[in-house]
Design a protein around this ligand. Structure first.
Ligand code: SF4
Ligand code: MG
Length: 315
């Protein structure tokens, strides 16, 4: 609810504040139990910061995160540590996130040790079970991260996130670093695990085509703000926001007969350190009006849970 993460930029000899980066600027959304919410946007749009703020791996500047009725933004550090059992993260680069000096058994056992769960024997048994669950052989428990392929390492990253039986997984571009041929295997695994274990996913990606099949709903971010959010079918078939339309026009349609006009956006994404006023998309929008330059469009439900922040669609 109204999540914000601002960073101050300091400069000069005295380290004075010279500007503010609004990495996440007043973002509100809901993730329903058991669903996958895809969160999409170009690099620097604030999607990772949003995902990490939910788990308070990054402390939000303002706003609230309500998880299962609990305001996690108000928890003490100790309470938050306990809460993290239920909310885990899978990172983009499984190699960077796995300690190269530890074998897989030690890596997967660690969350249990941290939370004081089980005897050493019980923990080792759980590690072996979890390796099988993610499609790896339990015989691999003594190996080290470098002995696995990228896809296998991401399976290990997923296994680690699942060790504590979480309810919510924030998956931060979990397949972006993988070969295309491996991506669908990992996506399928994640979908199977969701079914079996009743997981809820916030699935972050920079590419709309990656989240299309895994997501029940999809949100699109631009320069720290959510600009559109709808159920997947609606978002892909009837996108409303000019930015979503442009993004989708660049994605090849699964229907070969569909004729889609390619929308080329002018210019680059402006710096989040000095974002445009009003609608942050106005410097690149083909439909910009005077109002767009000065008035920030509200993020509103235009019907059926289709949220949009654009002056073209006022309710
Ligand atoms: Fe374009 Fe204006 Fe809508 Fe922003 S508010 S997306 S500039 S039409
Ligand atoms: Mg990121």
């Amino acid at each position: 609810k109204n999540l914000k993460k601002y960073y101050s930029i300091t400069g000069g000899v005295f380290g004075k504040e010279v500007g503010v980066v609004k990495a996440v600027d007043d973002v509100s959304f809901t993730v329903k139990r058991g669903e996958t919410l895809g969160l999409v946007g170009e690099s620097g749009c604030g999607k990772s910061t949003t995902g990490r703020s939910l788990l308070r791996l990054i402390e939000p500047t303002a706003g609230e995160v309500i998880f299962d009725g609990v305001n996690v933004t108000a928890l003490t550090a100790d309470e938050m540590r306990r809460m993290r059992r239920h909310m885990q993260i899978v990172f983009q680069d499984p190699f960077a996130s796995l300690n190269p000096r530890h074998n897989i058994e030690k890596i997967l056992e660690e969350p249990l040790v941290v939370h004081g769960i089980g005897t050493p024997d019980e923990r080792k048994k759980r590690v072996r079970e979890m390796l099988e669950v993610v499609g790896l052989s339990s015989a691999h428990a003594q190996r080290y991260p470098h002995q696995f392929s990228g896809g296998q390492r991401q399976r290990i990253g997923i296994a680690r996130a699942l060790m504590l039986n979480p309810k919510l997984i924030v998956a931060d571009e979990p397949v972006s670093a993988l070969d295309v041929s491996i991506q669908s295997q990992v996506l399928n695994l994640m979908q199977d695990l969701q079914q079996e274990l009743g997981l809820t996913y916030l699935f972050i990606a920079h590419d709309l085509s990656v989240v299309r099949h895994i997501s029940d709903r999809v949100g699109v971010m631009y320069l720290g703000r959510l600009v559109e959010l709808a159920d997947s079918e609606t978002l892909y078939d009837q996108p409303l926001h000019p930015y979503t339309r442009a993004l989708l026009s660049a994605v090849p349609s699964p229907d070969p007969d569909a004729v889609r006009e390619r929308i080329i956006l002018q210019g680059d994404v402006p710096s989040p350190a000095n974002p445009p006023g009003g609608c942050t998309f106005h410097t690149r929008c083909p439909h910009v009006t005077e109002e767009c330059r000065s008035v920030r469009p509200a993020f509103q439900d235009v019907g059926g849970g289709h949220f949009i922040a654009c002056h073209l669609y006022k309710t």
